[in-house]
Design a protein around this ligand. Sequence first.
Ligand code: FDA
Length: 311
Amino acid sequence: MLRRMMLAVSASDQIQKFVTRAPVARDVVARFVAGATQDDALAVTEALRERGLLVTLDYLGEHTADPERAAAVADEYISLLERLTAAGHTRGGAAEVSVKPTAVGLGLAEHGETTARENIAKIATAARAAGTTVTLDMEEHDRVDQVLRIQADLRGEFPDLGCVIQSYLRRSESDCAALAAASARVRLCKGAYDADGDVAFTDRREVDRSYVRCLRRLLDGPGYPMLATHDPRLIEIAGAQAILAGRPADRFEYQMLYGIRPAEQRRLAASGARVRIYLPYGSDWYGYLTRRLAERPANLTFFLRSLTSGR
Ligand code: FDA
């Protein structure tokens, strides 16, 4: 309920202006975001890799409203990939990139899907040249068909183009079955958006049960599963299911967000698992941050206290 309210309130332009201008917000942002620039992203990537972690970088921003901005976001990814390559981070896919389809044009009033597909193809071309991969984030539920269509269209040319599936959606088990049969790279998460009961499970236990059904589909199929969760129970179930499915440690990976359960990230990596950290950077952090706050009331309390105490 609080999560739902939080996501709804955060859509207000006035609240966004107030929060993004408050200097104290930056302390909280720094916990979840590498920084504003490519230099910041490169420095944190280096530090994570030194700890034996893999990385996926996200240039913050979503719901781009004009084609020029969408093209500029694609260019940002291309130059990021060049810098990651020069620093040796893309070797073997150690660092890859995650792209929000609405950041590269999916939500444009005209030709949104075509624009997003073209921009994603440009980024995927740069990633292939760098020896690494691209994964498409999943946003609001009414975008899922478009994103899956873009991925399916482009996989002929870029077989490694991955996508995210959110277990809170009722359709996701069947999407996982289809993607697993097509040997796709799939990042499975619970879902950070809000949707009504006709399309989504609204009870957290149902979302978790759906996650387990989805992860079984992915681990049992021929694709590459990327299990994105910080939930200790689901991490344990994933490990056990991978053993049952006969999957060696290098044939799937765990993924977590930068700043969340870092000790668990290191523990899993030290146990021999592949662990990838989702690392956002850029100045357009508001949407990302509000989803992190909505996931956890304790984060919200800390954030509100920092806004009102003036520190
Ligand atoms: P859950 O929310 O139950 O949390 C389990 C435990 O993790 C908590 O008890 C707490 O310890 C810790 N935790 C979780 N969130 C926290 C937070 N914000 N602050 C502090 N601790 C926290 N979603 C989406 O809709 N589309 C997408 O494309 C992606 N992409 C994505 C990539 C990667 C790599 C990850 C890890 C996650 C996403 N997500 C996402 C977000 C995802 O849907 C989900 O909202 C969060 O991962 C939180 O869900 P958990 O599975 O961690 O479980």
